[in-house]
Write a protein that binds this ligand. Structure first.
Ligand SMILES: Cc1cc2nc3c(=O)[nH]c(=O)nc-3n(C[C@H](O)[C@H](O)[C@H](O)COP(=O)(O)OP(=O)(O)OC[C@H]3O[C@@H](n4cnc5c(N)ncnc54)[C@H](O)[C@@H]3O)c2cc1C
Length: 297
């Protein structure tokens, strides 16, 4: 099927885009068009006006400082995947950007992904594990919403009408990379499709050279196991202050299993999700821990 007819707008500044959004009835933003295009072709969505963000250069930036990482909304998966700066600062982001095939990676964006808020999406889970924030802008001003509050229910966010995603930010202070490990792992049935379950983990240890380094900071989040990507809240409690022993890893597995709460809306095989979430949650933490320690590969 073809999309229903629509009017096309191509602003070149954020201000122009926001003005179009607030003054044009039935307008929808377009970023990489990897999800919107399908929704429009199937006529699930019939916007009267499309506001294409492709020429808004202000939204295409990567800013990596010693304190934080900020990724502009129009930065593509491919740019994130290939960024050496990001790989040094927050390797979970490039790892989570290996989304589908090159045609999706070359067009799909950070902003489109978080705005869409698919519970199977890679960045929502990564941003929850990294305790990142989503920066929103409207003609009235800017505000920043922690990822834990941004994703509110199935494919819904805290974003208001007439707001757009300007960028996402992660504070680097929790993640000194000389003693932090990160991982993003997925169970996939097809290389180019969505993952059945994904797990995003970050682990900081006190002294990587010790034989059994003590964990100082541990976070785990999951994708495609509930209507909103859950952070596994028990993980800091179970792991911090201890090395990653077998019994601690088993506790992570139990906690990740319990965090899965699949409704019929999440993609595929709800009945298996809790078990897979447990296994992948544990593996993600183990990999992050290995990477945080001196023996990392
Ligand atoms: C075959 C295939 C496989 C995929 N597999 C995965 C996967 O495994 N993991 C994964 O995470 N994703 C996957 N995706 C989705 C992909 O990452 C999309 O690119 C992404 O979800 C949407 O990004 P986009 O830039 O294309 O946004 P668009 O499709 O252009 O927009 C999506 C929605 O976001 C809104 N929007 C876009 N930008 C903004 C903004 N700056 N502010 C506010 N609202 C905005 C639009 O109005 C629209 O409602 C897959 C897609 C395809 C086609």
């Amino acid at each position: 099927m073809k999309p229903a007819p629509f009017n096309y707008h191509r602003p070149s500044t954020i201000e122009e885009a926001l003005t179009l959004l607030s003054e044009t009835q039935g307008a929808e933003l377009m970023a990489g068009n990897q999800s919107l295009g399908l929704d429009m072709a199937s006529r699930n969505k019939r916007p009267d006006h499309i506001v294409d963000l492709d020429a808004v250069d202000e939204l295409s930036f990567l800013d990596v400082t010693n304190e934080r990482v900020e990724v502009g909304a129009m930065v593509t998966h491919r740019t994130i995947e290939r960024s050496e700066e990001l790989d040094q600062a927050l390797p979970m982001l490039p790892e989570s950007a290996k989304i589908a095939g090159l045609s999706v990676r070359n067009r799909g964006t950070m902003g489109g992904s978080v705005a869409e808020a698919d519970p199977a999406g890679n960045y929502p889970a990564a941003l929850r594990a990294l305790e990142g924030s989503i920066n929103l802008r409207s003609l009235q001003g800017a505000r920043s919403v922690p990822a834990r509050e941004f994703f509110t229910s199935y494919m819904s966010t805290d974003m208001r009408e007439n707001e757009l995603v300007e960028s996402v930010t992660v504070d680097r202070s929790q993640f000194p990379m000389d003693r932090t490990g990160m991982s993003f792992i997925e169970l996939k049935r097809s290389a180019l499709g969505w993952a059945d379950v994904s797990a995003a983990a970050a682990v900081r240890v006190a002294k990587p050279d010790e034989s059994e380094p003590t964990i100082e900071h541990a976070r785990l989040a999951l994708a495609n196991v509930a209507d909103v990507p859950p952070a596994v809240d028990a993980v800091p409690r179970e792991l911090e202050g201890e090395p990653l022993t077998e019994s601690a890893a088993e506790a992570v597995e139990r906690a990740a299993t319990a965090a899965a709460d699949p409704s019929e809306k999440v993609h595929t095989d709800g009945e298996f999700k809790p078990d897979i979430a447990g296994t992948y949650g544990r593996r993600a933490i183990e990999r992050a821990y290995d990477r945080a320690t001196a023996d990392s590969t």
